[in-house]
Design a protein around this ligand. Structure first.
Ligand code: HSE
Length: 328
């Protein structure tokens, strides 16, 4: 099956005749990273989402199955974050009617603050770009994955899709125009993620934020933003630790997470460099100097939730440097 693009410039973007199906894994992400609301994010090795795309003769993108969401995600292509990202990519390359069947394997909790919708959108857009023999670079895929975010939570932020696509730690310096920078992180930096068994809707978590920020808090936050980047790039663990402070978003959103203060205190007492909300929560992340500390921190945070009768899942991971990968 071969398709010819309508625009003559895009006529070379034909799917290879021998490849009809592909499966891709895209990693979860920690957005905000304490002080960098909507501008910082990094990828982790696990969890993540998997997608399988198959080219078909029937025009249009279809969600044929979603596994692992307990029937909660929309199956309509125009409402699902992965298919929206694929559709906007296909429109851009002049193949809006290409037939694509999508199976999405949700391998992380919904509404968790782990970048679940971003991982699905990234897996989708990365997979279709591979099937079409890479008409765009990975970096050029970011705006299409952002369209998936717009549908999922009403805001086309890039601090989850950026690191999920590029891997590593990402700074969104500007949204207009989009300017995404990937920065070095220390080789031995480990992340602990703890997902308490509660759900926070990103739309709600954005709605409760204040529109006005005091000059004093802005200055403190800017100092921490600059300090965190300098600390990661040097690397300087003490500077990273001093900079993992959020005086603007965390005080507002932490009220949505029962036992937030106890879990954070447990992380810091057990050697974490810093600890805050992952994305819009309820997951919390901690950065640690080594794997042993990261595991201990995870256990202590889980115990803090358990003390209040809240079950949780913990993940320990290096910073994922690869981003999405083809798995079949
Ligand atoms: N920066 C976004 C927010 C990430 O905090 O609302 C959502 O995952």
């Amino acid at each position: 099956m071969r398709f010819r693009a309508k625009s003559s410039n895009l006529a070379l973007y034909l799917p290879p005749s021998h490849v009809k199906s592909i499966s891709v894994f895209a990693p979860a992400t920690v957005a905000n990273v304490a002080c960098g609301f909507d501008i910082f994010g990094f990828a982790v090795d696990n969890p993540g989402d998997k997608i399988t795309l198959t080219l078909t003769d029937e025009p249009g993108v279809r969600i044929t199955d979603i596994i692992g969401d307990d029937g909660r995600l929309p199956r309509e292509a125009h409402r699902n974050t992965a298919s929206i990202a694929i559709q906007s990519f296909l429109k851009h390359i002049g193949q809006p009617d290409l037939g694509v069947d999508v199976i999405l394997y949700k391998q992380m909790p919904l509404g968790s603050g782990l970048g679940s919708s971003a991982a699905s959108a990234v897996a989708g857009v990365f997979a279709i770009n591979e099937l079409m023999e890479r008409p765009l670079t990975t970096r050029e895929l970011i705006p299409f994955a952002m369209e998936g975010e717009r549908i999922a939570c009403g805001s086309a932020h890039a601090d989850n899709v950026g690191p999920s696509l590029l891997g590593g730690f990402v700074v969104v310096r500007s949204y207009q125009p989009l300017d995404v920078i990937r920065i070095q992180t220390p080789a031995t930096l480990f992340c602990t993620l703890v997902h308490p068994d509660i759900e926070v809707n990103t739309k709600d978590a954005r709605f409760i934020l204040k529109n006005e920020v005091s000059l004093k808090n802005t200055i403190t936050q800017m100092g921490n933003v600059a300090g965190l980047i300098a600390g990661l790039m040097t690397p300087d663990y003490d500077l990273i630790s001093r900079s993992l402070v959020d005086v603007i978003i965390e005080p507002v959103r932490s009220i949505l997470i029962p036992e937030f203060a106890e879990a954070k205190q447990a992380a810091l007492q057990n050697g974490a460099l810093g600890c805050s909300i992952s994305g819009s929560g309820p997951s919390m992340f901690a950065l640690c100097r080594d794997q042993e500390t990261a595991s201990r921190v995870g256990e202590a945070m889980q115990q803090a939730f358990l003390n209040a009768g809240i079950m949780s899942e913990a993940y320990v991971s290096e910073i994922n440097q690869q981003g999405p990968k083809v798995i079949d």
